[in-house]
Design a protein around this ligand. Sequence first.
Ligand SMILES: Cc1ncc(COP(=O)(O)O)c(C=O)c1O
Length: 193
Amino acid sequence: MKIPFNKPYWSNDELGSIKEALNSHHISGGGDFSRKSEALLCEYTGAKKTLLTTSCTHALEMSAVLLNIEPGDEVIIPSFTFVSSALAFVMQGAVPVFCDIRADTLNIDETKIEELISKRTKAIVVVHYAGVSCEMDAILVLSNKYGLSLIEDNAHGLFGSYKGKSLGSFGHLVTQSFHETKNIICGEGGRYC
Ligand SMILES: Cc1ncc(COP(=O)(O)O)c(C=O)c1O
């Protein structure tokens, strides 16, 4: 999928935009640039609603709260990821059930998820490591078959795709990072939708 750099809200002049924000005297969240970013992210991923957050970690923590994760609930998480993908759920009392990853993509091994599902499983977390997509068809089948929430930790995946569909458009809940190590950066920042 083509990155929409021709959209009117891409200025291609970051320093000019920072100056505009400073001159507007609104440099916290919820301002004009936040609204434009949220609109772009909704349009790009097809999300109904996007909320910019201070980090992807924060967005993951919101996901755990909104899913009503309770002590003893199990959440299936790739065994290779950043600590926040697990900790956000553990902080609500969840038991992380780590699923092995694939040697070729470093993503959760979709063939090893089903054997980890139990009566206590509440959700599956996927991470598209380094922007390489997980095998979403197989994972969506499992999420639907067992009625499990799917959290797409898309920290690395903005502007990547799976079978022509944007990464960040598969999960029931999707999180994004704008940390300086990611595809689009703003120092620290995130998104939840
Ligand atoms: C897969 C993954 N999820 C979540 C995060 C957390 O992102 P943030 O620094 O925006 O909290 C990272 C950060 O590296 C990450 O790699």
